[in-house]
Design a protein around this ligand. Structure first.
Ligand SMILES: Cc1cc2nc3c(=O)[nH]c(=O)nc-3n(C[C@H](O)[C@H](O)[C@H](O)COP(=O)(O)OP(=O)(O)OC[C@H]3O[C@@H](n4cnc5c(N)ncnc54)[C@H](O)[C@@H]3O)c2cc1C
Length: 710
């Protein structure tokens, strides 16, 4: 609450008009003329119905309605595509557009977008056993553009090993390897390399070939004509540079050899301090957030004029209607008046679920697709017994540390504390679209676990991990899919080539506790990038408006590794901020307090657990996995008859089509089978770009004609 007040104050100071007036404007916003009324939408028939106009859904809508490439063959009639989205279309909304206006505090749960029902579904987790029963805020975007409209704008690609594991270890085929996904990662972005005004975070690591050629290299590596605008910060507070140097110093001390900054974190190796800072989805020209709806719909000329694209907003999909295993229509309800509508799927058409890792499983279960027992207990008629739906939930837990900074040290808090500073940045924004108003956190450094622990500590924890996994396996608690996942994760941590804990600086206080009047602060976030805990999301009501039960299963007791890893990150935060030069900027630790003894495990665990939150990267709940790992083969059906433990985890095949259904896909973060060592939006964009290009015999004939060459 106190943070929210601070944010409102900041917004007021920065934007030069009262926050209240903006809220008024927003709450009176109605579907724009770019969308159509529900009654009109339901009178149409569609070749493709997309459920959820978020990160992935908007990409599909834009690409599938683009003029077809017919080459020598006669051009088919355009696909009729309908998008059904619960949130509204909000072009020009300053809370979304101005990077710091709505999301200054990122995933703290305190931003003006997060927790605001006009933008956020405002979900909560179930009480977390591993966190003494704590209930966590679980924000999800509820607006055309989905979570990309409310998120922290961090733009990162996963490690080569992440995608290669989906392709080879998990058996989804080479099409999902890093090399084969790269064209789609590039296809979504227009990347602008850091300009001179954005200082590299750690120049001391620059030897040859020097800054300019490094910039050129980065420039060559990225896409330049995709819809999403990707840039680097134009402003730093006093903290990023010393914090980066201290991070490298502290890691070099621990690791025993120099730890250097990474000049190309998007090249399949995301490890270490990014030399130019982590890039973000902000246009360097307008200084505004670039998100799915603004990038793929509003900024593309003519998209909204395409007669075969229909978008309805402000309505909630209740379920898909099937005849046998074929989706025939989609039912949805108007939020405004409760009217129920139905949109028809044309003969040979498809439904593509893009409602995200939390709500695609919810809609499937409401439609009769899921674990038979669960559905029957709710009196839902079973269309398909597919127990993997809603299982395999993976998310990145974080722990936070809070510091106050010395007087006179410039942080983001100055926007609230210092009128002259606030005016300067307001002017900068208006004149040149740069400065603190366009700020996103640039220091996100994924660190290998071996660098955070001594050799002995690492060996002890690894042995304990093996023991706990064997124990779970002996008790029959691991699915075959999980067994493979755990083998992959153990290999990755042993090899030490991927960052296991991401250390993040947010140069403002007041995220964890109330801001100290007149005093600036800094928050350090340690993100556990490869958790072993597996959670779930399921309905417990047939009411489509009731929130699902979300259980990320953070820091489960039966896998102490997850707690131990996060504790290592939390302890390292203190070390990091006690290292030169950042230590000279710090007044004192606030949370955990200065009195904390770092060798007191019990105390350290208590503080660490007390600040755990989600990074908002849920995935895996409609996982892509080959048929023999649970897609519903005959063998698995037979095994299920004789086994009490149902281990069919896979839900979609490598073209993201649901096993056992004729014409339904899931293309969103839920299809990602195994966590990646970074934030998720760039991967979701690429996944959506890829799904329309997949070479797949099962793919609908009409869609096939529209495949994009890349
Ligand atoms: C607060 C927050 C901060 C984050 N920060 C970052 C970050 O900085 N960088 C990063 O890379 N990733 C970040 N992420 C994660 C990233 O945004 C998501 O992983 C990604 O955007 C998910 O895309 P999606 O298409 O799966 O779902 P979404 O983008 O969430 O889209 C789902 C859409 O479906 C709609 N929908 C759901 N149910 C229904 C229904 N029943 N009827 C109609 N419509 C429905 C929703 O309203 C939404 O528009 C963040 C996420 C959040 C929430």
């Amino acid at each position: 609450m106190s943070s929210k007040r601070m944010l409102l104050l900041i917004s007021t100071l920065l934007l030069g008009f009262a926050c209240a007036s903006r809220i008024d404007k927003i709450s009176s916003a109605s579907p724009s003329r770019t969308t159509i009324p529900a009654s009109e939408f339901s009178s149409k028939e569609f070749d493709v119905i997309i459920i959820g106009g978020g990160n992935a859904g908007v990409v599909l809508a834009s690409r599938l309605t683009a003029p077809p490439i017919c080459a020598d063959m006669p051009c088919p009639s355009p696909l009729r595509v309908g998008v059904i989205e619960a949130g509204l279309h909000r072009p020009g909304d300053p809370l979304i557009d101005v990077p710091t206006a709505g999301n200054l505090l990122g995933n703290s749960g305190c931003g003006a977008l997060i927790g605001n029902p006009s933008y956020d579904w405002k979900f909560q987790s179930v009480p977390q056993d591993g966190l003494d029963g704590a209930v966590l805020q679980y924000p999800r975007g509820r607006v055309l553009g989905g979570s990309t409209a409310i998120h922290s704008m961090v733009w990162q690609r996963g490690n080569r090993d992440d995608y290669d594991a989906w392709a080879y270890d998990l058996g989804n085929g080479p099409g999902w390897s890093f090399d084969r996904l790269l064209p789609y990662l590039r296809r979504s972005e227009s990347y602008f390399a850091a300009s001179d005004r954005a200082n590299p975070l750690a120049t001391h690591t620059l030897n040859s070939p020097g800054l300019d050629s490094l910039r050129r290299h980065l420039d060559n590596f990225h896409g330049h004509d995709g819809p999403v605008q990707v840039s680097h910060n134009s402003y730093q507070t006093a903290l990023e540079r010393p914090a980066s140097l201290s991070l490298l110093n502290a890691l070099s001390d621990r690791y025993g050899h120099p730890f250097v900054a990474n000049y190309n974190p998007d090249g399949g190796d995301a490890v270490s301090v990014p030399l130019f800072g982590t890039s973000r989805t902000v246009s360097p020209h307008s200084g505004l957030r670039s998100y799915a709806a603004s990038a793929y719909l509003d900024s593309q000329s003519g998209v909204w004029g395409r007669p075969h694209l229909s978008v309805v907003t402000g309505v909630i999909v209740t379920h898909i209607v099937f005849r046998d295993t074929t989706a025939r229509s989609v039912k949805f309800v108007s939020e405004a008046n409760g009217t129920i509508y139905e949109a028809r799927v044309a003969e040979g058409g498809e439904v593509i679920l893009c409602a995200g890792a939390i709500q695609s499983p919810q809609i499937l279960e409401l439609s009769g697709i899921g674990n038979r027992t669960r559905l029957e207990n709710l009196n839902i008629s079973v269309v398909l017994d597919l127990p993997g739906v809603g299982e395999n939930l993976q998310d990145h837990p974080v722990t936070l540390s809070d510091f106050s900074v010395k007087d006179g040290v410039e942080t983001l808090d100055w926007l609230a504390l210092n009128k002259t500073h606030a005016q300067l940045h307001k002017d900068l924004f208006e004149a040149a679209k740069i400065g603190a108003l366009t700020y996103t956190a640039p220091l996100l450094a994924p660190i290998p676990l071996r660098a955070l622990l001594s050799t002995t500590e690492f060996a002890v924890l690894r042995r304990e991990l093996d023991i706990s996994i064997s124990h779970l396996d002996r008790e029959g608690k691991l699915t075959p899919f999980q067994r493979i996942q755990y083998n992959v994760l153990r290999r990755l941590v042993d090899e030490g080539n991927v960052g296991w804990v991401e250390m993040v600086l947010v140069p403002t206080g007041g995220i964890l506790g109330a801001p100290i009047p007149g005093k600036g602060g800094a928050t350090v976030i340690a993100i556990q990038l490869y958790p072993f805990g597996r959670g779930s999301v399921h309905i417990n009501s047939t009411n489509p408006l009731a929130p699902p039960l979300i259980n990320p299963n953070f820091l489960p007791e039966e896998l102490p590794w997850d707690s131990q890893v996060l504790l290592a990150g939390s302890r390292f935060a203190r070390d990091w901020f006690s290292t030169t030069p950042i230590v000279d900027f710090i007044d004192k630790p606030l949370y955990p307090p200065a009195s904390l003894k770092l060798d007191d495990d019990e105390q350290c665990y208590k503080y660490m657990r007390g600040s755990v939150r989600t990074t908002n990267h849920p995935l895996g709940t409609t996982a892509m996995a080959p048929r023999h790992l649970g897609g519903g083969s005959l063998l698995y059906h037979v095994l299920n008859l004789i086994s009490e433990h149902d281990d069919r985890t896979g839900v979609v095949d490598s073209s993201l089509k649901i096993y056992g259904l004729d014409n339904v896909r899931v293309a969103d973060a839920g299809s990602i089978p195994l966590t990646i060592g970074v934030a998720t939006q760039a991967t979701v964009y690429a996944l959506a770009e890829k799904v329309i290009s997949i070479e797949d015999q099962n793919f609908n004939v009409r869609l096939k004609m529209y495949r994009y060459p890349i």
